[in-house]
Design a protein around this ligand. Structure first.
Ligand code: AHR
Length: 500
């Protein structure tokens, strides 16, 4: 089959905010302990940070990292995990029924971010706590000195403020599983008042309110509307969360999650703008897709909780295969194509817990299949997202009656002259002969990179024994002539083609 994309130098959607290539570290399972932090590991540095995981995080190209949760955040006392390690209390974490040793806390996280060259995104506990804790935590992190909590930070060895800019106001406050769930009215009021005091303390902050935990929540839509009706003026972002599943073990049906993600984004934009219109506000709320990934295999009760309040048990250790990587690649294209409103996004999570990176405690670290589309998107996703005219055959899934076979985004960087086409061919049987017209983007282009993620075995995975079983390959079926790019996209393949 044939497909075509036309872009024009003058038709630009938005600059791509690099924070859409964010990730997430929660005190959950082996994400922190045995993931990013493992004193005594052969690659650990003087802080106990695993060097192999830091290297892989850099290679992943993650730009911002959300911390400390997740559900964990709604019962967290940040004070437990600062100061001398030997004085830190062990606590029971009611989110994941584990014992939290608090050996890793805010200052360790900030050190890890600095070393990994990644921006922090912190969250405040609006479950068991509220505005008071938020202002104290913020004072500890961002105030230069001369006040109780700023001096406490200094006494812990951190003279300079951490200067964290992006803050989440709680986590999934609509969910009955959340420690201290709230109604939209309760949460909207708390978010407003917390945002107010946080801004009075530090007017440079970017604040994100909780949207629905997912699109199937019974309060979805009305939650966003009511929450924003309360706090529209005080917040900058609203969050979205989604986890994809291949429940029917049907790849075509599974691909429908990409279209659903796009609808989800557009619906939340519409709700934000409806509240804005009601308030006659010129301000626009941006979207923080701060939890997204595939998660369904490690979703049974045994994967979610282990008996006996263990420390860092193996929880949510999803093993990703080729079809999961194709879906993650498609989701990344969707985030890019909504760059006008989605300004941050976090693949959930980073390591071991539904993560692109896997480790063995005491052993090696390796890249899961989903690592590859993420790393390539971050490596080549620079510049302006172009408006695309995509001409493609359609297919139908059980949930989406008319879905395009080709899902694509085009990003162009005028500063380097580089242009990148991200393309997913969702056909199970047919290659797509794709022609891309790069109008006005310069003749005499040359090919920089053409690679594809494709594997005849959709269930293939990467393991400790075979960490490079699924890796991107060069696509040689590509040519560039003037402003025209031609490439053959294999059935069920995710592709990146870079020219300059
Ligand atoms: O990422 C795992 C969990 O999923 C998070 O803690 C929570 O916010 C979501 O329900």
């Amino acid at each position: 089959a044939r497909a075509q994309i036309i872009v024009d130098r003058d038709f630009v959607l938005a600059d791509l905010d690099r924070r859409v290539f964010g990730t997430f570290v929660e005190h959950l399972g082996r994400c922190v302990y045995g993931g990013i932090y493992e004193p005594g590991h052969p690659t650990a540095d003087e802080n106990g940070f695993r060097g192999d995981v830091m290297e892989l995080t850099k290679e992943l190209g993650a730009t911002i990292v959300r911390y400390p949760g997740g559900n964990f955040m709604s019962g967290y006392n940040w004070e437990d995990a600062v100061g001398p390690a030997e004085n830190r209390p062990k606590k029971l974490d009611l989110a994941w029924f584990s014992t939290e040793t608090n050996q890793f806390g805010t200052n360790e996280f900030m050190d890890w971010c600095r070393k990994t060259e990644i921006e922090p995104m912190l969250g405040v506990n609006l479950g068991t706590r509220g505005a008071d804790e938020a202002r104290e935590f913020l004072e500890y992190c961002n105030h230069p000195g001369g006040s109780h909590f700023a001096e406490m930070r200094k006494s812990h060895g951190y003279d300079e403020p951490h200067d964290v800019k992006f803050w989440c106001l709680g986590n999934e406050m609509d969910g009955p599983w959340q420690i201290c769930q709230k109604t939209a009215e309760e949460y909207g009021r708390v978010a407003l008042e917390t945002a107010k005091v946080m801004r009075w303390l530090d007017p440079t902050l970017t604040l994100s309110a909780c949207g629905s935990s997912h699109r199937q929540m019974p309060t979805y839509g009305s939650w966003e509307y009511e929450v924003l009706d309360h706090c529209y003026e005080q917040v900058d972002f609203i969050s979205l969360h989604t986890y994809f599943a291949n429940k029917a073990d049907d790849i075509e049906d599974y691909f429908g999650v990409i279209d659903q993600m796009d609808s989800f984004i557009k619906e939340v934009v519409a709700i934000c703008d409806a509240v804005g219109a009601k308030k006659r506000a010129s301000k626009r709320i941006m979207l923080s897709f701060d939890e997204w990934n595939v998660w369904y295999k490690a979703h049974t009760i045994e994967h979610m909780r282990k008996p006996g309040w263990p420390e860092a048990p193996a929880l949510l250790e999803e093993i990703y295969n080729v079809e999961d990587a194709l879906v993650v690649g498609g989701a990344l294209i969707t985030l890019i194509n909504n760059a006008d409103r989605v300004k941050t996004a976090c693949i959930a999570q980073l390591v071991n817990v539904i993560g692109p990176i896997m480790t063995e405690t005491g052993g090696p670290a390796w890249r899961q299949t989903i690592f590859h589309p993420f790393a390539l998107s971050s490596r080549y996703g620079h510049g302006r997202v172009m408006r695309t005219e995509v001409r493609t055959p359609n297919f139908s899934t059980k949930t989406v009656p008319e879905a395009p076979l080709l899902v694509a985004a085009v990003v162009d960087d005028p500063t380097t002259g580089r242009n990148t086409v991200f393309a997913l061919n969702r056909s199970v049987s047919e290659s797509l002969d794709l022609e891309v017209e790069l109008r006005g983007l310069g003749t005499g282009r040359r090919l920089v990179e053409a690679c594809e993620l494709h594997n005849a075995n959709l269930k293939a995975t990467n393991t400790k024994a075979a960490p490079n079983n699924v890796v991107p390959q060069q696509n040689r079926d590509v040519s560039v002539e003037g402003e025209r790019l031609r490439v053959k996209l294999k059935p069920l393949s995710w592709n990146v083609i870079v020219t300059e």
